[in-house]
Design a protein around this ligand. Structure first.
Ligand code: HEM
Length: 495
């Protein structure tokens, strides 16, 4: 008696799952069929490809379309936007208000501090929290942060003799950016670049591995963050682990004035609650080190593989140093390092920290009709329902040969000649939610680059690596390399 009932229930469950995979077809839209549970993200579900690589494949397989209706994990209907004009409407134009939320799942009760991050907040709360942070990155405030960056560069320079034989670039870069952000945000010396490297230190032990694929939970955490609040609840996922939340609160409570971001926040016109202050400190720390460290590691890697680009960079470093009495660490000299900045942007194009921006529709709107590329058939306009995720595939756009000829080549010149990027370059996002810390990110990475390369060349640790691309981890939300980036430094012979 139970068996037929069980079979019937299984059939109903299967039919429901298959029906869900037909969501878009039932609306008259052509698109890939969504498989139960994995939708069109099987390779991501099996940890064979990163989410950005899966979106890149969907993007390149549908060349004629303005947008592709597909299914994310758990068969969630989503729209991948391909068209530049549409991207502009969504990020900076009339549709920004219709999908102003980032599609990330963070439980504000479990993650009190992370919920203050503008990236995670929405509505009026986002506006207020973002305004607090934007005020910290004006050009004059940025000038005031320079001494923190310069002190970290002095410690970085002292590390160079130890790096001649070989080093893992992301490790060194993370030590540097942690040293910078601890100082910029709190005015603290984090001792991340001390000679006694093995000395235990929370900055290195807790923060350095946070966004790395080293933890066995990495994939589940990424899925919880991007796809499933329910899974997040089951595994008790916290964007900021509890012990770290306590530590950040202690650091904020123990702050002692000085010229740093936290102090400026405490003195700001709007009176901040304790939670808001600790929340902002958390945002500034977490957003401040990892993305910049990854960028620094990738630009060193690309320079090591591209001798001619490195030669041109050295030439610029020499010329600017000559104009500034050999001194590169001041605002004027750093701002003249235009080729270095272009190299950083080009490295970010090839290796974007966020492989896709994912926005959630908060107010229903219509996408224009589009021609189906292969069958030259006009489809009607698409009503986007509240809750639908719109994927803006940053990595796919950055590697699209129609927008970037020979897209895999590392050519900083692209960023010298083309000030108008539109939505072709989304390394920092665009529009009202664009990264507010961009200038600090570029300042610290550029200063580190100048420090490391003023008197040295960077080379691949292993010559054979030249042919091999860095493998991106399929497990993490922020781009991370699977096996590390191994390089070495060599003193420059001619200057
Ligand atoms: C090279 C370094 C960096 C990269 C590549 C980067 C990249 C990004 C990207 C792609 C976004 C999403 C933009 C969007 O949703 O349209 C973002 C948002 C954000 N970034 Fe950065 N970032 C960097 C450095 C920093 C730094 C140094 C800080 C602060 C200390 C920071 C703070 C933030 C914040 C608060 C947001 C959320 C903004 C909002 O939603 O309103 N970032 N960043």
């Amino acid at each position: 008696m139970w068996l037929p009932l069980l079979c019937l229930l299984c059939l109903i469950a299967l039919a429901t799952l298959l029906w869900q995979g037909n969501h878009w077809r039932s609306r008259g839209l052509k698109g890939p069929f969504g498989w139960p549970l994995v939708g069109n993200m099987l390779d991501f579900a099996l940890a064979r490809r990163s989410y950005g690589q899966v979106y890149e494949q969907i993007y390149s397989q549908n060349p004629g379309l303005k947008y592709v209706a597909f299914y994310r994990l758990f068969n969630e209907p989503a729209i991948l936007v391909r068209d530049q004009e549409l991207l502009r409407h969504i990020l900076v134009g009339s549709h920004f208000v219709d999908c102003a939320e980032n599609a990330v799942h963070v439980d504000p009760r479990r993650d009190v501090l992370a919920s203050h991050n503008p990236f995670i907040a929405s509505g009026d709360r986002w506006r207020i929290l973002r305004a607090d942070l934007v005020a910290l990155f004006t050009p004059s405030r940025l000038r005031q942060t320079l001494p923190h960056v310069v002190s970290a560069c002095q410690l970085l320079r002292a590390q160079i003799p130890l790096k001649l034989e070989g080093f893992e670039a992301k490790d060194l870069a993370t030590r540097f950016t942690l040293q910078v952000v601890a100082s910029v945000v709190f005015g603290l010396d984090a001792h991340c670049l001390d000679r006694e490297e093995e000395c235990p230190n929370r900055w290195l032990q807790w923060l350095a591995p946070l966004f790395q694929p080293s933890s066995k939970w990495s994939w589940l955490e990424t899925v919880s963050l991007l796809h499933s609040p329910r899974l997040g609840w089951i595994i008790g996922h916290r964007y900021v682990p509890l012990q770290m939340q306590r530590w950040f609160r202690d650091l904020v409570a123990g702050r002692s004035g000085g010229d740093n971001l936290l102090q400026w926040l405490a003195e700001s016109k709007r009176t901040l609650t304790k939670d808001e202050l600790a929340g902002h400190a958390t945002t500034l720390l977490l957003e401040g080190y990892e993305t910049s460290a990854m960028l620094l590691a990738f630009v060193l890697y690309e320079l090591a593989r591209n001798e001619e680009v490195q030669r041109r960079l050295h030439q610029e470093l020499d010329e600017v140093a000559q104009r500034h009495d050999g001194q590169l660490m001041d605002t004027a000299a750093l701002s003249q390092l235009r080729y270095a900045e272009a190299a950083l942007l080009e490295a970010l194009r090839l290796h974007p920290a966020m492989q896709a921006l994912q926005k959630r529709c908060t107010k229903s709107f219509r996408l224009p009709a589009q021609k189906s590329g292969c069958e030259s058939e006009t489809e009607s306009a698409l009503q986007v329902d509240v809750g639908t995720v719109l994927v803006l595939p940053v990595q796919a756009i950055h590697l699209d040969p129609d927008m970037w000829p020979e897209p895999k080549q590392f050519r900083p010149e692209r960023f010298l000649q083309q000030p108008q990027m539109g939505c072709r370059f989304l390394g920092f996002g665009a529009g009202a939610r664009m990264c507010p810390g961009m200038r600090l990110g570029l300042l610290q990475t550029k200063a580190a680059l100048a420090t490391l390369l003023q008197d040295h060349c960077v080379l691949l640790a292993d010559r054979d690596q030249d042919q091999v691309e860095v493998e991106v981890s399929p497990l993490t939300f922020l781009t991370a390399s699977k096996r590390g980036i191994w390089l070495r430094l060599e003193r420059r012979s001619t200057q």
